[in-house]
Design a protein. Structure first.
Length: 165
C-alpha cells in the first residue's frame, strides 16, 4: 500500500473507529442483526474486513497539517463523490454510522445498500447498488476524509452513541 497523509484529527478519528470496532463488534452485530445466521456472518465479515483495512491504512499514514485528506478507499466518516452512470449526475454521500442523522449531510449508513456498496471502495471504481427502485450504477470520483459536511462535534463523537457500544 502506498503512503498516505492525514490530518492529526483525521488520524484520531480512524484510530477511534478501529478501537471501537475491535472492542465492540459483537455488540454492534447484536444491535443491528436479528438471529439470522447468514446476516450475522455477513456483518462480522464486513467488520473484520473493515478492521483489517483500517489497520493497514494506519500503518501507512503520515500526519500533516491539512484538515481534509484524500484516502485510498472510502471509510465511515468520509464523503464520497459519485457519478451516476445512468443520468451522468454527480452526487455526494457521507458514510455514517446507523444511528446518525443522515439527512443533514446526505448521509448513508454503512448498513444501508449505498453505504455497504461504497465502504472500502476506491476512486474510479464502479459500484452497483441494489435499491427497491432497481439497480443503480456509480463511479467513484473522489473520497474526502473527514467529510466537510460533518460538524466538528459529529467528527469527534462519531461512535459515542450508547447504541453503538
Amino acid at each position: 500500500m502506498a503512503q498516505y497523509y492525514l490530518s492529526k484529527q483525521g488520524l484520531e478519528m480512524i484510530l477511534n473507529q478501529l478501537t471501537k470496532f475491535e472492542e465492540h463488534k459483537d455488540k454492534l452485530i447484536d444491535n443491528y442483526v436479528e438471529e439470522f445466521l447468514i446476516q450475522r456472518i455477513d456483518l462480522k465479515s464486513l467488520f473484520d474486513t473493515y478492521i483489517f483495512h483500517l489497520d493497514q491504512l494506519i500503518q501507512n499514514m503520515k500526519v500533516e497539517a491539512q484538515p481534509v485528506s484524500r484516502l485510498p478507499f472510502a471509510i465511515i466518516g468520509s464523503e464520497v463523490e459519485l457519478l451516476n452512470l445512468t443520468s451522468n449526475a454527480s452526487e455526494k454521500f457521507t458514510i455514517t454510522v446507523p444511528y446518525q442523522n443522515t439527512l443533514a449531510h446526505n448521509g448513508a449508513s454503512y448498513l444501508s445498500p449505498i453505504g455497504k456498496a461504497l465502504l472500502l471502495k476506491k476512486v474510479e471504481e464502479q459500484v452497483d447498488v441494489k435499491t427497491p427502485g432497481g439497480l443503480l450504477s456509480f463511479e467513484i470520483r473522489e473520497i474526502v476524509f473527514p467529510s466537510p459536511s460533518l460538524s466538528l462535534a459529529d467528527q469527534k463523537n462519531f461512535f459515542s452513541n450508547n447504541n453503538s457500544a
